[in-house]
Design a protein around this ligand. Structure first.
Ligand SMILES: Nc1ncnc2c1ncn2[C@@H]1O[C@H](COP(=O)(O)OP(=O)(O)O)[C@@H](O)[C@H]1O
Ligand SMILES: [Mg+2]
Length: 516
């Protein structure tokens, strides 16, 4: 492809600033460069720049234009300068202008950084007044922290007041995760929908990713509409995700990735040591065969083939069976199919697992692992004046299906997700699910809604609600007396301090049409 943009070399001063800013913001160098260019275009517009020294770093035009597939630089500069700069004759002019805006954008960013007193959130807030760049897929980083996300959770049974909850107040609650437990038909899913509708609805403050085990979300058209959600159904269409696309393809990265994949498999499918080892080798082998080719990552078919080649007996076993199903049912996009640039969970997404006859758990673990590492690469979420920035709500309804086996992926998400701005909402029929993992989830789940339960163990109550055995006894009776739709809502009210009350929980089907 003909690329009018030539070598863009910054000044020495600009390079120093770029290095400083990549460290300060956690963004990559090319992202800082795009930001600088857009900022300068916004501030200086159609300006001619004098020549500066070109002893700094060289901006890679391939990276900037996604290997030539996205000529946004030509388009944007043509628009600002009011003439067609995308033609080969204008190559030198365009390159000179891009260099000028890049240098001066970086100088501006330096000033803003100095003005923000070295505070990242203040710096990002300042920038977000000038530019929003969908291009970088970084909207979430520029979105200022929402102060005081308040949610209606229900009506207090004693006082009849409608009760609100300051969802992202870190001074009250160190963790944003939510646990909902109760027997079937008592209102868990309806409460979950009501919370999501408020958090991720029209104002779209935080996107959500719903793992819909029974299709209760995907089939509820009012819910889908109120969230303007995309429904992905892997039974019908491959999930638009290249799970094997990695940030880099070094031996180390590939090995670690293979180990994580194996971990997800082992949590979902019973398999012996040998098969686990072979699966890891098959993944590594599939990457090796891709070396020097485009794309540099394999897909499930190639992993299945590599696994088959590595199997000495050639006989089918659990792993080959699972791989065969993933390939046959085309659960994931293959490496030649293009998928959207934006991560699939950048908007409200419901993954309908109800039609999958098997391997729901595996699909969930693989996606959770993918999302976790993807979010982690974006760096820490911000906390501003005690309010936590949230970037994604992950909702797992019918979570007892995933919680029975020890699940390292979910454990990691609960333990570390908060720092990347992930909140996990779990809804389950069995209370003990929260505490019989190798990581005790009850430590990590601060906000709990308990509907009537078939079985309540006092030990679970003391752990999850942090109450004494005496209080747990009283609560046990209270939980048994709960009517459908009622629940005990337990939450922190300060560090180390908790309270609970009985509420008539919000139910989505009753909320529709009401102004929330
Ligand atoms: N659209 C609706 N109209 C009337 N009642 C509903 C509707 N949807 C759900 N319900 C009622 O809400 C109750 C709670 O349902 P749900 O939240 O799905 O229970 P759970 O998830 O705990 O099994 C059910 O008993 C059902 O009767
Ligand atoms: Mg339900």
């Amino acid at each position: 492809m003909n690329m009018p943009l030539g070598r863009v070399l910054t000044s020495e001063r600009a390079e120093k600033i770029k290095d400083d800013l990549t460290e300060f913001t956690g963004l990559r160098g090319d992202q800082v460069a795009v930001l600088a260019i857009c900022l300068s275009l916004g501030v200086y517009g159609k300006k001619e720049f004098s020549f500066e020294d070109a002893t700094g770093y060289e901006l890679n035009p391939q990276t900037l234009t996604r290997n030539g597939s996205d000529p946004w630089v030509e388009a944007l500069f043509s628009l600002v300068y009011g003439r067609d700069l995308s033609v080969p004759e204008e190559s030198e002019t365009l390159t000179h202008l891009v260099r000028g805006h890049l240098n001066h954008g970086l100088y501006l960013l330096q000033e803003m950084k100095d003005g923000s007193g070295g505070r990242l959130d203040a710096f990002l807030k300042e920038i977000s007044q000038y530019v929003t760049i969908r291009h970088l897929q970084l909207q979430d980083r520029w979105r200022p922290v929402v102060h005081g996300i308040k949610l209606f959770v229900g009506t207090d049974v004693d006082s009849s007041n409608r009760v609100e909850w300051e969802f992202n107040n870190t001074e009250k609650s160190p963790s944003p995760h939510v646990g909902i437990a109760g027997r079937s038909g008592y209102g868990k899913t309806q409460l979950l929908k009501a919370l999501l509708a408020q958090l991720c609805g029209i104002e779209a403050r935080v996107p959500c990713l719903v793992f819909d085990y029974k299709g209760d979300f995907a089939r509820d058209t009012s819910f889908v509409q109120s969230l303007n959600a995309q429904v992905l159904n892997p039974e019908h269409d491959p999930l638009p995700i290249h799970l094997f696309a990695l940030p880099d393809y070094s031996e180390k990265t590939i090995k670690r990735f293979a180990a994580r994949m194996q971990e997800s498999f082992s949590a979902a499918v019973r398999m012996g040591e040998k098969q686990q080892y072979r699966l890891r080798q098959a993944i590594i082998e599939a990457f090796n065969r891709r070396r020097g080719k485009a794309p540099p990552y394999p897909d499930w078919r190639e992993v299945a083939e590599a696994n088959c080649n590595l199997s000495q007996s050639g006989e089918a076993d659990t792993v080959s069976g699972v791989l065969d199903k993933i390939v046959t049912y085309e659960l994931f996009a293959d490496s030649t199919t293009s998928v959207p640039n934006e991560p699939f969970y950048a908007r409200n997404t419901i993954i309908d697992l109800s039609a999958l006859s098997a391997y729901q758990e595996l699909v969930v673990y693989l996606l959770l692992d993918h999302v976790y590492y993807d979010m982690r690469s974006k760096g820490d979420a911000l906390i501003s004046e005690g309010w936590q920035e949230l970037r994604l709500i992950i909702a797992l309804d019918e979570a007892h299906h995933y919680l029975q086996e020890d699940n390292p992926v979910l454990g990691r998400l609960l333990r570390e997700g908060r720092s990347f701005g992930i909140a996990v909402f779990l809804s389950t029929q069995t209370l003990s699910d929260f505490s019989n993992q190798s990581v005790d989830y009850s430590e990590l789940i601060n906000n709990v809604f308990l509907f009537q339960l078939a079985q309540v163990k006092r030990a679970d109550l003391t752990k999850l609600l942090r109450v004494s055995r005496e209080e747990a006894r009283g609560l046990e009776d209270e939980i048994h007396r709960l009517k459908p739709g009622q629940c005990v809502w337990s939450r922190p009210v300060g560090i180390g301090d908790r309270t609970y009350s009985v509420i008539e929980a919000e139910q989505f089907y009753k909320t529709i049409g009401r102004d929330i």
